[in-house]
Design a protein around this ligand. Structure first.
Ligand code: UDP
Length: 238
């Protein structure tokens, strides 16, 4: 493979991606497949941080929509992200990729707690860092956590792995005439209300001049191809 385009990146993997064709939870084969793509990029010498979502296990709004307390629902959602982080770490370690899980919510018996200092140390030591627990705050999403952690770790780009191969004007699975974009600015994404990452996440990326690269997480080897300058993606820049 060619010299990688970036030296330090943040990958966002949604909980939905880990679910595979199941309606809930984690498909270990899918987690292994995603881990193999990450291992490939790590083998290029790229420093990788990963934020995992939790939507395959729980979303806080599900509690709130049934009259429950949103904050408790969000706590449940954040705990779901820890389960996913442990699953992805397990898949990476099976492939001999040194990996550490850092949680925004302290649970020392299970994993290390997040700090920027610990993150930098682990990345410098060549470990893949998986950020669990989102931002650690209710009313946020793991997309926002991805932008935040990317800024904190000094990532040169946020890789947002999605169900489709880039950003479209509408959901291409529902609208066959949806337009696909190769390149957009952060401002265009915000102004057009494109559903790629939430507004807070795009705003943090814009303020910190971090490009967002949207690609299909199901495209085997896609992460590595983009890292080598090719691949199918939409790039969001200033
Ligand atoms: N969550 C939260 N704060 C955060 C990140 C996540 O409260 O900083 C909760 C929230 O309830 C959310 C759930 O965790 O619905 C799962 O995260 P998300 O929906 O972002 O996961 P994804 O859609 O990426 O699988």
């Amino acid at each position: 493979m060619d010299k990688p385009v970036y030296k330090r990146v943040l990958l966002k993997v949604s909980g939905e991606a880990l679910m595979g064709d199941q309606g809930f939870g984690i498909d270990v084969n899918v987690a292994d497949r995603i881990a193999s793509d990450i291992a490939e990029v790590r083998a290029l010498g790229v420093e990788v941080g990963i934020v995992v979502g939790g939507g395959n296990i729980f979303r806080g709004v599900a509690v709130a929509s049934k009259g429950g307390e949103r904050v408790t629902g969000d706590h449940m959602g954040m705990l779901g992200t820890v389960i996913n982080a442990l699953a992805l770490a397990t898949s990476l370690r099976k492939m001999q990729v040194e990996t550490v899980v850092l949680s925004a919510i302290a649970m020392p018996e299970i994993c290390e707690s997040f700090s920027q200092r610990a993150t930098r140390g682990h990345l410098d030591a060549g470990r893949v860092v998986i950020f669990a627990g989102g931002t650690g705050n209710p009313f946020f999403t793991t997309d926002s956590a991805a932008a935040l952690r990317a800024a904190e770790m000094g990532a040169e780009a946020i890789f947002k792995g999605t169900q489709v191969d880039g950003i479209y004007s509408a959901d291409p699975k529902k609208h066959l005439d949806a337009e696909r974009y190769d390149h957009l600015t952060h401002q265009e994404v915000l102004a057009r209300g494109l559903q790629v990452m939430d507004v807070a996440a795009v705003a943090v990326a814009r303020e910190n001049s971090i490009p967002i690269i949207v690609f299909s997480i199901h495209d085997r080897g896609g992460f590595g191809q983009i890292m080598s300058g090719g691949g199918r993606k939409t790039i969001v820049t200033e």
